[in-house]
Write a protein that binds this ligand. Structure first.
Ligand SMILES: CC(C)(COP(=O)(O)OP(=O)(O)OC[C@H]1O[C@@H](n2cnc3c(N)ncnc32)[C@H](O)[C@@H]1OP(=O)(O)O)[C@@H](O)C(=O)NCCC(=O)NCCS
Length: 301
């Protein structure tokens, strides 16, 4: 048993554990749970220095050391309408099928809510396809949008960007993420380095391009219809879209941004996301953003 475990509430022969990711057996058990339930392999994190040290998971284990139920929270500071908000993301919420319907997940939700309150967090965010699990606990759906518009006209002579490699340019990427300005002042992640790096491994077909001044990396891809898709910009300054497109040396027919675009100096239309996954938030009313927003897929968790 890891000495950092804080509670041992036994429930039907189960062992309650918290903050167990530093225990190699515990870390292996949560990875197995996520593969079994979501078919998601987070082993890439091991090559990135391991789990997020801000995580505070709560879980039930069986007598054989299998993780049978888990809910993790981690620090995810947000920028909302110009305010820095101390927030947490919730992820890896799952119960093994043979243990469902006993109230284990409701327990984990209540425990994790209490822990967030103890830490003075102003907001909690999560993605789910089962919003009904969370609405009784005060979470509300925050509709997500993408932003579409014409490609900007390029007037200046382009200063070519350089393609980065997630493996060989890791130190540079880490530095850019550490120094980053939120991509939007209306709604964006203010600091979530590990998720960005993990998503570089999990999201297919993306390119990372370092702009000529070395101050920002652009995450992008070209859609089948020729649209330029902007997934994120990480760096100490957020360049206008004209500079981004010029630097990449492309001539797209249109642009679709998956970030709230207020810092891009570009006119666009908000298109509501109608996917089955919804984004939910738990916060005081005055913290919810005004107007259509989007959180970068590179921050998805
Ligand atoms: C969703 C899941 C975590 C529920 O675990 P569980 O231990 O069976 O849940 P509990 O027994 O604690 O709670 C069940 C309660 O939630 C409700 N619930 C269960 N599934 C629900 C759903 N899909 N939508 C809304 N409510 C749901 C039940 O009606 C029950 O409510 P009650 O307490 O008022 O009777 C589990 O089914 C699971 O792991 N599913 C696959 C992974 C997943 O979807 N995770 C959630 C990701 S956000």
């Amino acid at each position: 048993m890891n000495p950092s475990d804080k509670g041992l509430a036994d429930r039907s022969g189960l062992v309650f554990r918290q903050d167990y990711f530093d225990d190699p057996a515990g870390w292996s058990a949560i990875k197995t749970l996520l593969i079994d339930i979501f078919d998601v392999d987070i082993s890439a994190l091991d090559g990135l220095g391991g789990h997020d040290r801000t995580s505070f998971p709560s879980a039930y284990f069986d007598g054989d050391g299998r993780c049978i139920a888990n809910l993790s929270a981690f620090s995810m500071p947000l920028m909302i309408d110009g305010r820095a908000i101390k927030a947490a993301g919730w992820q890896s919420g799952a119960v093994r099928p043979e243990y469902r319907g006993r109230g284990l997940y409701q327990d984990l939700i209540r425990i994790t809510l209490d822990r967030c309150e103890e830490q003075g967090l102003e907001a909690i965010v999560l993605y789910t396809d089962k919003p009904g699990l969370y609405t009784p606990h005060g979470f509300r759906i925050l509709p997500q949008y993408s932003f579409k518009g014409p490609a900007p006209a390029i007037s200046e002579a382009p200063r070519p960007a350089r393609l980065l490699d997630i493996n060989t340019d890791l130190d540079l990427l880490r530095k850019l993420l550490t120094d980053r300005m939120p991509v939007s002042s209306r709604f964006a992640v203010a600091d979530q380095r590990l998720m960005f790096l993990l998503n570089c491994h999990l999201i297919e077909d993306i390119s990372l391009s370092l702009l000529a001044d070395g101050e920002a990396v652009v995450v992008w891809r070209l859609a089948d219809d020729g649209a330029f898709q902007l997934l994120d910009v990480a760096g100490s300054r957020i360049p206008p879209l004209t500079e981004i497109v010029a630097g990449l040396g492309i001539a797209p027919v249109s642009v679709e941004a998956f970030v709230t675009p207020d810092r891009l100096s570009w006119e666009s239309e908000a298109i509501a996301d109608t996917g089955s996954q919804v984004f939910m938030m738990h916060a005081q009313n005055d913290i919810y953003p005004t107007g259509p927003t989007c959180i970068s897929p590179m921050a998805e968790f």
